[in-house]
Design a protein around this ligand. Structure first.
Ligand code: ATP
Ligand code: MG
Length: 461
């Protein structure tokens, strides 16, 4: 790639972006909420490298999966190793399970992780080339309870973040035995429709028919409507498993919907698969009404209209997805480890929160703002700053400023309860002016005593 000019050099690579301070508050709040809930439900944190051996994903995701075929960031190291930026989280978890002999740990092994993943996709709404996922996995447990447990944890996270309405789409993919019959029927159906599906799907029909159902091309979505459904082919034990999952979802009062054509893009899934969507109308309806009322006749601009149209036409995007992967371990190593897991898409959750005007964090106003005028005052002020911080006061300052008015304005804007003002005179006589920002009253206190003075004041207020 040749960089044409300086401007281009100063931009992030396509499909990637900087997360700026204000946005990062959303990210951290989402991650903190997710971690808190995962931890209280018994999951332990784990961190694996951003880079893995290329072959690991070819082996597990399927050579004909979209990810392996065209979405991996692959490179050779100077030593000649073929590596990739990790495109997903479950395979590395299972690799770690084997590498660290986690089968000797108490079962099931329950892990959570959070971090960046990389896929060379077409960037669009909710689709980035570097994106954040928060994932949970339960490894070494076959029961449908664990499938529902994972979904329950995600539902709690979304609820507590402030999503009022969302729907879990669930389906079963059957197991090795019953899926064969279904696959045959699926192929027969799509052969009859071969002229109405996209080019990729024509290829999928030969290589990986299950994935026909995952195509997002509108043409293929239409064909899918009448396609055979796995549920009708599920064997007794797969049916029983699925029934159990749904019963637990009922117990947890999770809003779900059976999505008979839902499949996932990766080879390793079996039995339960799910995706979670925020209901578009529920949380945004009120907001739309608000927007309409504030639009006092002003015509919408072209880009605005276009953006709205894009939103209306776009397929709903999943906030989270996952499923059971009972065959994954066998492909990778020498033992069977049933498992189930899923991941929240952090970029999409942050976008949706902002769209719904849900702020998942509180920006706490500082208790004290330090105002200083002159070089000497700044030095005294810095010492005071550290004393206050150590005593756990929320402190703010603006040491690059010198003007009293500007600094008081800033203190006001931040909502500080008190301003501590040190001017040239105070710097010399060792005092500080304590200004109550609410009432505007001021008193002079010795710098040495100001900490106790503030503590008393805060206690009384
Ligand atoms: P989709 O069907 O939307 O492509 P997926 O099936 O590829 O999703 P998973 O691999 O299961 O997604 O990842 C779980 C979640 O991670 C998704 O539900 C989504 O929220 C998020 N996610 C996946 N790919 C991207 C991406 N390129 N950019 C942003 N978020 C993503
Ligand atoms: Mg995808």
């Amino acid at each position: 790639m040749k960089i044409k000019n300086k401007k281009e050099l100063l931009q992030t690579p396509k499909g990637m972006r900087d997360i700026l301070p204000h946005d990062l508050l959303y990210w951290k709040a989402v991650e903190t909420k997710a971690e808190d809930i995962a931890r209280s439900y018994g999951f332990k944190p784990i961190r694996t490298p951003h880079v893995e051996k290329a072959e690991l994903f070819g082996l597990t995701l399927g050579e004909t999966s979209d990810i392996v075929e065209k979405q991996m960031y692959a490179f050779k190291t100077r030593g000649g190793d073929a590596l990739v930026l990790r495109p997903e989280g479950t395979v590395p978890m299972m690799r770690a399970y084997f590498e660290h002999g986690m089968h000797t740990w108490p079962q099931p092994v329950m892990l959570y992780y959070s971090g960046s993943f990389f896929r060379h996709e077409n960037p669009q709404r909710g689709r980035w080339r570097e994106f954040g996922q928060f994932g949970v996995e339960i490894m070494g447990e076959e029961s449908g309870l664990s499938d529902a447990y994972i979904i329950h944890v995600f539902a709690l996270i979304l609820q507590e973040l402030g999503f009022k309405k969302f729907t879990v789409h669930v389906n079963t993919l059957g197991d090795k035995e019953c899926r064969g019959e279904f696959r045959k029927e699926l192929v027969a159906y799509y052969r009859r429709k071969v002229n109405s599906i996209c080019r990729d799907c024509k290829r999928r029909l030969k290589e990986n028919p299950l994935r026909l159902l995952d195509c997002k091309n509108p043409m293929c979505v239409e064909v899918r409507a009448d396609a055979p459904q796995m549920m009708s082919y599920a064997c007794l034990s797969c049916r029983a498993h699925f029934k159990l999952v749904l019963e637990f979802l009922d117990d947890f009062e999770i809003p779900y919907k059976i999505a008979p054509h839902l499949v996932r893009g990766l080879d390793y899934y079996s039995r339960t698969v799910f995706e979670i969507f925020a209901d578009a109308d529920a949380d945004t309806k009120k907001e739309k009404a608000d927007d309409a009322s504030t639009e006092t006749g002003g015509e919408k601009t072209e880009p605005q209209k276009e953006k709205e149209k894009e939103k209306e036409n776009a397929a709903p995007i999943a906030l989270a997805a996952g499923g059971r992967y009972d065959y994954l371990a066998e492909v990778m190593g020498d033992r069977k480890v049933p498992g189930v897991g899923g991941a929240l898409g952090l970029d999409r959750i942050v976008d949706e929160l902002k769209e719904r005007k849900i702020v998942p964090f509180k920006e706490k106003a500082p208790a004290v703002f330090l105002v200083q005028i002159g070089a000497q005052a700044k030095r005294k002020s810095l010492v005071l700053f550290e004393q206050l911080r150590k005593s756990r006061f929320g402190v703010a300052q603006s040491f690059s400023r010198d003007n009293l008015r500007t600094q008081l304005d800033l203190a006001n804007k931040l909502g500080a309860a008190y301003a501590l003002i040190i001017g040239q005179k105070e710097a010399l006589d060792g005092t500080v002016i304590v200004r109550d920002m609410g009432s505007g009253t001021q008193e002079s206190v010795y710098q040495k005593k100001v900490l106790d003075h503030l503590k008393k004041k805060m206690k009384n207020s």
